[in-house]
Design a protein around this ligand. Sequence first.
Ligand code: H2B
Length: 181
Amino acid sequence: MNRMLQLPFPKVAVVSVFQNLFGAHGRSSSRVYEILQNNVRVSSSRNSVSGFRTFCTGQDLSTKKCVPCTSKDMRPMTEESASNLLPKVDGWNMVNESGLLKLKKSWRVKSFTKGLEMFKLIADVAEAEGHHPDLHLVGWNNVTIEIWTHAVGGLTENDFILAAKINALDMQNLMRRKATD
Ligand SMILES: C[C@H](O)[C@H](O)[C@H]1CNC2=NC(N)=NC(=O)C2=N1
C-alpha cells in the first residue's frame, strides 16, 4: 500500500525530519518513508530506503571483478578493514612488512613442474583480472603467493578478490598429500 503525499516544504526539511525520526539508515521499526522529489511515500515495505542502501557484506568475493588500479582515488585499506575481510579468504594470512600490508598463503606441491602448473592457473586468473600476485617457488615444491596492490602500496579489495579466485581454483591434484593422509 503506497500513498503519494504532496509536501508543501522543501525536500531538505523532510530529509532531516525523516532522519531525526527514523535514524540515518532509512529504516524504522514499523514503516519506511521514501522521500522522492518532495513527495513522501509511505511504504508497507520494511526494506531500507533507496539511497540508504546497505552493501551486502556477505557476497562471495570470488564472484566480484577487480577494478583497474589506475583510479586516482584508490587508497590502501587500514589494517582493521583488511582484518575484517580476512575471514572471507580461507587460509590467507595478512602480513605487515614495515608498514606494507600483504596477503600471503603457502602450499606444498607434488613436484617442481606441478608448482609451475599452479603458477599458470593463477597467471590466467591474474591476467583476466588485470591484477597480479607475487609468485614464489622455493626448495622445488614450496609455493608461496603474496598479493598486494603495488599502485597504492598496500591492500585494496582487488587483493581479496584475487585471493578468493585463487582459492576457487581446483588445484587439489597439484598438492602433495599430507603425511597424515
Ligand atoms: C593498469 C593496471 O591496473 C596496472 O598496471 C595493474 C597491473 N597489475 C597489478 N597488480 C597488483 N598486484 N598491483 C597493481 O598495482 C597492479 N596494477
